[in-house]
Write a protein that binds this ligand. Sequence first.
Ligand SMILES: [Zn+2]
Length: 293
Amino acid sequence: MIALLFLSLSAFNPPLPDSAQANTASTEQILPHVRQCSPSLSLRSQALNSEQENAICSQLGQIEAHFFKVFGQSNQAPNPVAHDHNQSLRANIYKDKQSFMHYAGEHFHMPTNNGGMYLEGAPDQAGNQAEFIAYQRDNGEVHNLGHEYLHYLDGRYNLYGDFCANLHDSHAPPENCPRPEPEPPYLVWWTEGIAEYLSHPNGHPATQNLAQQNTYRLSELFYTGYEKNNDSTRIYSWGYLATRFMMEKHRDAIEQMLVFTRVGDYPRYQALVRSWDKKWDVEFELWRVSLSL
Ligand SMILES: [Zn+2]
């Protein structure tokens, strides 16, 4: 229901409620600059100039090509998961954090106490528009740009179903995924980890420093939740380390995992992760302390 509500609001922009209409200019008024980067990506912004638009189109084009190289065959795009109509992503970019906090809540019915959000919507609905909502930092760059774009690619090619169908314990709007949440293990380590890993293709120095600290076993990280842990270092940085280790050292296990997540067989994903148990904990520890900057 909520996903449909979001779909209709974001895709067709009906009038806002009276109270909001009195205070808030429409999405089209605030984000008038439109640029189509490619069939799979468009930009809508408050203040990007054409040079900045070119840079974003190019950067995200490179990320998409890298993703296809990692998960496709012979550099071809992999097949999207079944019932996914998210052929394209629209990136909505406010000129600064203040504008984001002022408008994004009304425009996209989302919380703004974050660094931006990817809203998958209802991918099984024809005409659904996947949206990325973000803002420019003081230096003009878009905060979390690559990370959020990877959520779109991961959702379209690796994870069947909408955000609520994937395994996690977030109940945040606009999806408001129902309670009670599923039992862990979740997919938070993977979704946030793969977004960090592929948006930092040349290494992630801050995270590699963290890797020297004996904070988590790999087997614990598979159980990371959003609300249960509420710890951005564990979710993003340790998610990066767990995902990078699995991608580089146990790609066969990841491929086995993706067979299940691509068809939405999340119970078998959980059974697989439980079967992994602690078997790579020692190897993970040796690997992470050996990482160099
Ligand atoms: Zn994320």
